[in-house]
Design a protein around this ligand. Sequence first.
Ligand code: M6R
Length: 609
Amino acid sequence: MCGIIGCAGTRDAVPAILEGLRRLEYRGYDSAGIAVLDGRAVERRRVKGKIRDLAEELRLHPLAGVCGIGHTRWATHGRPSEDNAHPHTDCGGAIALVHNGIVENYWALKERLKAEGHVFRTETDTEVIVHLVEKHFRGSLEEALRAAVRELEGAFAVACVSSRDPGKIVAARNGPPAVVGFGQGETFLSSDITPLLHHTRRVAYMDDGEMAVLTADGVRFSTFAGAPVAKAVETLDWEPAMVEKRGFAHFMAKEIFEQADVVRDTLKSRVSLDSGRVFLEDTGLQPGVFRRASRVVLIACGTSYHAGLVGKYMLETLARVPVDVEYASELRSRDFVMDRETLVLAISQSGETADTLAALRLAREKALAVLAVTNSPNSSMARAADGLLDLHAGPEIGVAATKTFVGQMAALALFALAFAQARGALSDGQSLELVQELQRVPHKMDRVLGSAAAIERAARRYLACEHYLFLGRWINFPIALEGALKLKEISYTHAEGYAGGEMKHGPIALIDEGMTTLAVVPRDRVHDKMLSNMAEVQARGGRILAVAFEGDDKAGMAAEEVFSIPETHQLFTPFLTVLPLQLFAYHAAAAKGLDVDQPRNLAKSVTVE
Ligand code: M6R
């Protein structure tokens, strides 16, 4: 939630900050602002709205300065408005500050600061930080921020500039991510690496409890206590072109079409097509972990939770191990029982989701082995876990997760196979057959993506439909959930995902001509039961769309339209069944002219609880 960016150098920083905000906009997009040191004073421009509105404001009222900070907001405290947009300033207007996170004790701090004479102009929690910096300022912005963060409770990545201590950006991190980039005669601070790629590949990740002072000459790191920190500088292997749309109308479309390659990349060097063995040594997990684990717990939120459910069915079938999948937010509130033999997987594309990170830490406190399954190898989760199962999906910019979902399923398929092999649950022949079929899956995915035009036509035909019921059973029940989530979040259409077997227990009452059922019905162990579900919907006048294997006449007879997929092993059908559902949601949203990549009220990385 929220993106922060800073640039300290010798040329005008405003274009780089504005461009950086465009790339961070997926993190929040209800208001935005920039503050720079123009030589004499702190100047800022802020707007309610998107980065394009900020760009227009800057066109009308230009700003220039060699050192500055920017922010794109996802509101937590205070409605989206120009007043509440960051950067916020102190009473004297000499300090400007941006913040990602939540200050939990802001109310008590605000009351105290008000009593001391500070004047507040916003409804935000963030404003207390800038007044604290003002209060503690004795000539050094670094020391003032250091004193301020010691009084804060909650999560924060902050950056500030001041005309009273010019030429530098001072930043602090406790929770939300912050990465520093080293350019030629300039340095950068950002919430993630995507804005940095166009300036430099050399980066260093701030850790919790650390501060950084950025100038044109370099960056100095220290702890909140003031001890110097020596940081390793890493070289990024992402290309700038990876964060461009490459001719697609939206990032989401581009990312949907990259999915077969994501599976190829996730499998690369991790499977042997001769022996069927799976190698997960790169995760850093100790080899004995699989043998010792008597239970697996998968924790995640949103789409990652759905990937976890698919993983559960794979693990149960292949490794015969008990598996629980838990919403991270719920697990944290419960008296959840985890014993020493429990192996925990935290699944998150961003690696920063606050609830998943907190649940991961809870498991670590209980001394359990934790594997982070993420697309962000330098994220908080990757750092806090014992091992990392990296998705290699490349940057995902669309707020709706697509290719990372498929990457997570591929990673979990490998994990399930490795787990089963370590416990002797699969014969060599079974392993080989499964691994060879998994390797064929990307090619089959490409074939499904090749039928995108037909799915687009169907999505346009059904545009007037306001209610959808997505039905699936067993390993495609999570795909029904995911299909419904995609349609909801980007096209704002009411959609519910249900297990086919549950239909008779309530949702069947909703079936009429105004409700379209989207049945996920590949030929698997529950195929006949799904056909019965479809017949029940048909008998009640409901409209049906289906995702089914090519040549499935029975599914074809019940449905108005069938999105066909090639046959594959029943455990791998989710790689194929999810594609028409993603495309259907995408085309429905695009046809309505909605902001597909930045749906209302959502943010890519949910770093608040
Ligand atoms: O970064 P994470 O995978 O932890 O994010 C979890 C959810 O916030 C995320 O999947 C969310 O549901 C997306 N909007 C789904 O498209």
